[in-house]
Design a protein around this ligand. Structure first.
Ligand SMILES: *Cc1c(COP(=O)(O)O)cnc(C)c1O
Length: 799
C-alpha cells in the first residue's frame, strides 16, 4: 500500500476533482465527500479483487449471513479509518480549509434496518473482515430505508427516506450477475420412466434480482469482503406498442420494483403482509442461486460436499424460506432425491433467534404461502409431514406436543419451527435468552434436539463504537495500556490496574466533559434547548416499545418534577434526560409515549421553578450517526426492559464501552455485564425474569392496588387522566390499568426511583463514579463482536 501523506492525499483529490472540472479550493463539502470516496474506492478495488482471487484459489469454507436488514451507518470515515488514512485525510482537509466532520456528515446513513437486529448484522460484517474470515452479507437494497422521523408539535411524523436521492458511492451494480426469480404460477408433476418425479412450473411471474455490491473493509489487513444487496427489476423491458397493454406492463413493472421498494418499519413485531413475504423469498432465492453458482464454479465438487464449503447463518426467521428453497433447487433443478437433499440442506443452515415475544414470532397464512410460492409450500408440507411422523414414531414422549410443534398448524406456516427443524444450530443472543428458549419458548424442540441449541452473546464492533466514535478516549486507553487492546479488546481489563490512578480518572473526566459539551451544542442547535453539561446525562436511546419501558423512565421524570414543584429546595444533582426513539408508524401506544415525553419536556424545560435542575430532551430521527454522537457523552445508560423481554440489547454494550454506568433490569446481556463488573459497578433494580414469569402464570399481580396505595404513582396517573399535561394522555392511564400493566411499570417504579436516588448520591463522589466508569470500560472488551464472531466461527461455522 502507498504511504499516504496529506500532500499526496490532496494532490490525488485535486486530480479527481479536475476530471469533473472542479477546482479543489472551490469544491463544496458534498463534492469533497464524493472525491474522497472515489479516492479510497480505488484503494478498495485492488484489495477487493485480491481477496476474491484468494478465495477463488484457496477455496476456504464460506459463510453467508442472510439478513433482511443491515444497518451499516456511514462508510466514509469507517473506510478511511480501516485503511489508516483517517488522520491523513483530516489533516489534508484542515490544511485545505475544510471542516472534516462537515464532509463526513454529507454521507447519508443507509437506513436499511430498524434497530438492533440490523445493526448486529453490520457489526458482524465488520468483525468478519477484521478477523479475516471469508464471510459475506446478503440483503436487500431497499429504495426507501426506514422512515425519517421528525417531531412536529411533539408528535412523530414520518418522512420517506429516499436515501438514493444522490448516488451512493460505495455500491457497484453487477448487472451481469443478475438472476431470475419466479413467483406464483402452477406446479406440474411428471413421472419419468424410472418412477421418479420431475416438477415444472408454469405461468410464473418473473423478476430480475440485480446485485449491488458494497465492500466491507477489514481493519488494516487488506481484506475486502462483500455485502451484496439485491434490487428487484423487471425481467423484460416494456415494449408493447398497444397503449392499454403498455400501461398494463408499466403497472406490472412498478409492482415488481416494489419488491425492493421499502423496508417494513416494524421492530420486534411482524406485519403479515403479502409484499413482505415476497421480499423474503426475493432475498433467499437470489442469494441461494448466487451461492450455488459460486460453489459450482469454484469448488467443482459434488453437491453432497456443499456443507463442507458453505454455511448459511439466518438472522432471525425472516430468511428461513432458504431452507425449503434449497430443497427445491437440489431436487427440482439438480435432480437429487429427498433424503440426499435433506441431508445437505439441514447441514448448511444455522438459525439465530432474536426474540421471545409472541407478537414477533413469524407465521404466514397457508393460503398466502400456497398462492405466492406453490412449490415451496409443497416442500414445507413434506418437511412438516416427515417431521411429525418422526415424532410420532420416534419420540412418543412428545406425541401430545405435536400440534404445538408442527410447522403447519391452525392454518399457518410457523417460521421459527421451520427454522429449527431445518438447521443444525439454533442460537439465542445472550445467556438468559438462550436459557428461556430452552426452558420455555422452544422447550419441546430442545427436548427433541438438545445438541442443536447454543448461546452466542451479541457484541458490537469496538472499532466503530469506541475508536471512531470516541477517539480521545481510545487514545487515553492506548497511552495507559498500550495499543494491544485494539486487536485484542479483552485486554481492556489491563485498565483495572488503574482504577485508583487519579491522573487517569481526571483525564476520563475531561474527555467525558468534552463529549458532553459537544452533545450539548448539538442539542442546542437541533432543538434550541440549553442543557447543563455538568448535569448527569441520563440517556435512553432505542426503538420505542412498551417492553423497553420508556414510559417507566418518563414516570421517573414526572415524579422528580412533582417533587421539585412541592419542594423547590430539594437537593438533587442536576439531570438531563435524553431520549431518542422511533416508533413503528402503526404503533399507537408508542407514538403516544413520544408525545408524552415531548410534552413533559416542554413543561419541565420552561418551568422557572425547576431552576434548570431538570432538562428533558427528545432527539429526533435516531439512527447510527446520531448514536455515534450521543453515546460518547452518556453518564447513565437506561436498560430497563421488563425482565425476560429483551433478548440481549447492544445499545447497553456501546454505552458501557464508552464509560457509562448502567441502570438496568436483570435482562438480556445486562446480566453478563453484571457478572463482569460486579454489583458495585452497575445499578440493578426491579423484578427478575422468573418473577415476571410467575406473575404471568399465577395472575397474582394487581396493578390497581399499586395505584391505590402509592401516592406518587396515583399522582402521576391522575395527572395523565385529568389532563395535567394535556388531554390526550388519558389513553395511557386507561390502557395501563385496564390491561393490568403487562410490562410491570407500576410494579418496578418504587425500586427504580430508589435506585435513581442512589445514583444521585453516587455521582456526587466524582472519583468513585469515574473509577466505576473505568471498571465498565475495562470489562467491555468481552462485548466486542470480534469475540462473538470467533465463537460463531469456531463452534457453528467451522471456518
Ligand atoms: C445499537 C443500536 C440499536 C439497538 O439498541 P438497543 O438498545 O439494544 O435496543 C438500535 N438502533 C441503532 C441505530 C443502534 O445503533
Amino acid at each position: 500500500m502507498k504511504k499516504w501523506t496529506p500532500a499526496l492525499f490532496s494532490s490525488q483529490l485535486e486530480s479527481i476533482l479536475k476530471e469533473h472540472e472542479i477546482e479543489i479550493k472551490e469544491a463544496s463539502s458534498k463534492e469533497m465527500y464524493y472525491a474522497i470516496s472515489s479516492l479510497i474506492s480505488q484503494e478498495i478495488e485492488r484489495n477487493w479483487k485480491k481477496t476474491e482471487k484468494r478465495y477463488h484459489s484457496k477455496r476456504p469454507k464460506q459463510l453467508y449471513y442472510l439478513s433482511m436488514e443491515f444497518l451499516i451507518g456511514g462508510l466514509l470515515k469507517n473506510n478511511l479509518f480501516h485503511y489508516d488514512m483517517l488522520d491523513t485525510c483530516n489533516q489534508a482537509m484542515t490544511e485545505l480549509g475544510f471542516d472534516p466532520d462537515q464532509i463526513y456528515q454529507e454521507e447519508r446513513d443507509p437506513g436499511l434496518g430498524n434497530g438492533g437486529l440490523g445493526r448486529l448484522a453490520a457489526c458482524f460484517l465488520d468483525s468478519l473482515a477484521a478477523l479475516q474470515y471469508p464471510g459475506h452479507g446478503y440483503g436487500i437494497r431497499y429504495r426507501y430505508g426506514l422512515f425519517e422521523q421528525r417531531i412536529i408539535n411533539g408528535y412523530q411524523t414520518e418522512l420517506p427516506d429516499y436515501w438514493l436521492d444522490s448516488p451512493y458511492p460505495w455500491e457497484i451494480r453487477k448487472i451481469d450477475e443478475a438472476v431470475e426469480i419466479e413467483y406464483g404460477g402452477s406446479v406440474h408433476m411428471q413421472q419419468a420412466e424410472d418412477g421418479s418425479f420431475t416438477f415444472s412450473y408454469h405461468n410464473t411471474d418473473k423478476v430480475l434480482a440485480v446485485p449491488y455490491d458494497v465492500p466491507i473493509i477489514g481493519f488494516q489487513n487488506k481484506v475486502v469482503n462483500t455485502l451484496r444487496l439485491w434490487s428487484a427489476e423487471p425481467a423484460d423491458a416494456v415494449q408493447q406498442p398497444d397503449e392499454t397493454e403498455y400501461y398494463h406492463q408499466l403497472e406490472h413493472h412498478h409492482a415488481i420494483e416494489q419488491i425492493s421498494g421499502f423496508l417494513y418499519p416494524d421492530d420486534s413485531s411482524e406485519e403479515g403482509k403479502w409484499l413482505r413475504l415476497k421480499q423474503q423469498y426475493f432475498l433467499v432465492a437470489a442469494s441461494l442461486q448466487k451461492i450455488l453458482k459460486d460453489y459450482q464454479e469454484n469448488v467443482r465438487k459434488s453437491l453432497s460436499k456443499l456443507p463442507d464449503k458453505v454455511v448459511i447463518q439466518i438472522n432471525d426467521t425472516h430468511p428461513s424460506l432458504a431452507i425449503p428453497e434449497m430443497m427445491r433447487i437440489l431436487m427440482d433443478e439438480e435432480s437429487l432425491g429427498w433424503d440426499e437433499a435433506w441431508q445437505i440442506t439441514s447441514n448448511m443452515f444455522a438459525y439465530t433467534n432474536h426474540t421471545i415475544m409472541s407478537e414477533a414470532l413469524e407465521k404466514w397464512p397457508v393460503t398466502v404461502m400456497h398462492q405466492l410460492l406453490p412449490r415451496l409450500y409443497m416442500i414445507i408440507n413434506e418437511i412438516n409431514e416427515r417431521f411429525c411422523r418422526d415424532i410420532w414414531e420416534g419420540h412418543t414422549e412428545l406425541r401430545e406436543r405435536i400440534s404445538e410443534m408442527a410447522i403447519i398448524a391452525d392454518g399457518y406456516v410457523h417460521m421459527a419451527r421451520l427454522a429449527v427443524v431445518g438447521s443444525f444450530s439454533v442460537n439465542g443472543v445472550a445467556k438468559l435468552h438462550t436459557q428461556i428458549l430452552k426452558t420455555q419458548e422452544l422447550k419441546d424442540f430442545y427436548q427433541l434436539y438438545p445438541k442443536r441449541f447454543n448461546n452466542k452473546t451479541n457484541g458490537i464492533t469496538h472499532r466503530r463504537w469506541l475508536l471512531m466514535a470516541n477517539p480521545r478516549l481510545a487514545e487515553v486507553i492506548t497511552e495507559t495500556i498500550s495499543s494491544h487492546w485494539i486487536k485484542r479488546p479483552r485486554e481492556l481489563t489491563h485498565l483495572l490496574r488503574h482504577i485508583n490512578d487519579k491522573p487517569l480518572l481526571d483525564q476520563l473526566d475531561i474527555i467525558k466533559n468534552e463529549n458532553k459539551q459537544k452533545l450539548a451544542d448539538y442539542i442546542q442547535q437541533t432543538t434550541g434547548i440549553l442543557v447543563d453539561h455538568q448535569s448527569i446525562f441520563d440517556v435512553q436511546i432505542k426503538r420505542l416499545h412498551e417492553y423497553k419501558r420508556q414510559l417507566l423512565n418518563t414516570f421517573h421524570v414526572i415524579y422528580l418534577y412533582n417533587e421539585l414543584k412541592e419542594n423547590p429546595l430539594l437537593d438533587i444533582t442536576p439531570r438531563t434526560f435524553i431520549f431518542a426513539a422511533k416508533a413503528a408508524p402503526s404503533y399507537y401506544f408508542a407514538k403516544e409515549v413520544i408525545k408524552l415525553i415531548n410534552t413533559v419536556a416542554s413543561v419541565v424545560n420552561h418551568d422557572p421553578a425547576i431552576k434548570g435542575k431538570l432538562k428533558v430532551v427528545f432527539l429526533e430521527n435516531y439512527n447510527v450517526s446520531l448514536a455515534e454522537k450521543i453515546i460518547p457523552a452518556v453518564d447513565l445508560s437506561e436498560q430497563i426492559s421488563t425482565a425476560g423481554k429483551e433478548a440481549s440489547g447492544t445499545g447497553n454494550m456501546k454505552m458501557m464501552m464508552n464509560g457509562a454506568l448502567t441502570i438496568g433490569t436483570l435482562d438480556g446481556a445486562n446480566i453478563e455485564m453484571k457478572q463482569l463488573v460486579s454489583e458495585a459497578n452497575i445499578f440493578l433494580f426491579g423484578l427478575q425474569s422468573d418473577e415476571v414469569f410467575q406473575y404471568y402464570q399465577t395472575g397474582e399481580y394487581q396493578a390497581n392496588e399499586l395505584y391505590q396505595t402509592d401516592d406518587r404513582l396515583a399522582k402521576i396517573l391522575d395527572q395523565l387522566r385529568d389532563g395535567y399535561f394535556g388531554h390526550e394522555f388519558k389513553d395511557i392511564y386507561y390502557q395501563l390499568l385496564s390491561t393490568n400493566d403487562p410490562y410491570f411499570i407500576l410494579k418496578d417504579f418504587d425500586d427504580y426511583v430508589e435506585t435513581h436516588q442512589h445514583i444521585d448520591q453516587t455521582y456526587r463522589n466524582k472519583d468513585s463514579w469515574l473509577s466505576k466508569s473505568l471498571v465498565n470500560i475495562a470489562h467491555s472488551g468481552k462485548f466486542s463482536s470480534d469475540r462473538t464472531i470467533r465463537e460463531y466461527a469456531t463452534s457453528i461455522w467451522k471456518l
